[in-house]
Design a protein. Structure first.
Ligand code: PXL
Length: 282
């Protein structure tokens, strides 16, 4: 019998919009992993393009009490996965959570959700970016897209780059303090899109690519991070984590295309979840 793996995901609930916890919980659970959650905020929708006047209830004050209760129970997790965080104070509290629940034999994965297409998401500032940079220094894995890379490293955003540029960026990201930076949404030629990782422990690069679909699909970053988290919790090697996450994210994009008019705000991960279950078993 293999031990049941347990992950905790710390991010918001966007009640409508298919991102953050409404993606992480079903996806990681489908991979056969127990998924605990700490909701950092409740929003009526996500804050991405197309939604306005959303509600935002901040739950920062609840996080220390949840952590204290869990500590008193001696709860432990194979992985700690953070996504969208809503305030500077919240990033600090999540950092304390890492100190309490991070261990030699588990991993911390930070998806530094900051923005997309060269811009920060609504409400984020340079001070917030600085806090997120500090949080990244405590992570085993960070999974930024090119926009997030540009803010984390304070370099210009570009959509035109080559393999050497990405390798150089990944090394610089590892110098922030995280062991394995993974850059998502990498596309050199307009034909293939994927992810490239650098394992600073063995000085090796890993990559995985699928077909590029030249259109923006909201929530695909959260799908990728959730699958990568699940695969890492199952103990899959880095190359396999990338392959599963790239393949399933691509499947979700394919599944979304016929429904894009109705679900412009999120991706139809539900329609191909059986593929994910298959990839995990392969
Ligand atoms: O998909 C990332 C994400 C998560 N949570 C909230 C967001 C976004 C991106 O827009 O607004 C609230």
């Amino acid at each position: 019998m293999i031990d049941m793996k347990k992950v905790v995901s710390i991010q918001d609930i966007s009640c409508f919009g298919k991102c953050s916890l409404t993606v992480a919980l079903p996806i990681i659970s489908a991979m056969g992993i127990e998924t605990a959650v700490i909701p950092t905020a409740v929003l009526s929708t996500h804050t991405g393009k197309g939604f306005e006047n959303y509600t935002f209830r901040d739950l920062t004050g609840d996080i220390p009490a949840i952590a204290d209760h869990w500590k008193s129970m001696g709860l432990q997790f194979n992985g700690i996965y953070t996504g969208y965080l809503g305030s500077i104070e919240q990033v600090g509290i999540v950092s304390d959570f890492f100190d309490s629940f991070g261990r030699e034999d588990n991993f911390i994965l930070v998806d530094p959700v900051l923005g997309d297409s060269g811009s920060l998401y609504a409400g984020f500032t340079n001070e917030f970016v600085a806090e997120m940079r500090k949080l990244c220094s405590k992570a085993d894995y960070i999974l930024p897209n090119m926009t997030e890379v540009s803010f984390l490293l304070d370099i210009p955003y570009t959509e035109v780059y080559d393999e050497d540029y990405v390798k150089d960026i990944l090394k610089k990201l590892s110098e922030l303090g995280c062991r394995v930076p993974v850059m998502t949404g990498v596309c050199y030629d307009g034909v293939r899109q994927g992810a490239v990782a650098y394992d600073s422990a063995n000085d090796r690069y890993y990559s995985s690519f699928g077909r590029n679909v030249d259109r923006h699909f909201h929530g695909t970053g959260d799908i990728f991070s959730s699958v990568f988290t699940g695969a890492a919790a199952l103990g899959k090697p880095l190359q396999k984590c990338l392959d599963i996450a790239v393949n399933y994210t691509y499947d979700c994009i394919e599944a979304t295309i016929p429904h894009f008019e109705e679900t412009w705000y999120g991706s139809c991960f539900e329609l191909c979840i059986e593929n994910l279950i298959k990839y995990v078993k392969e």
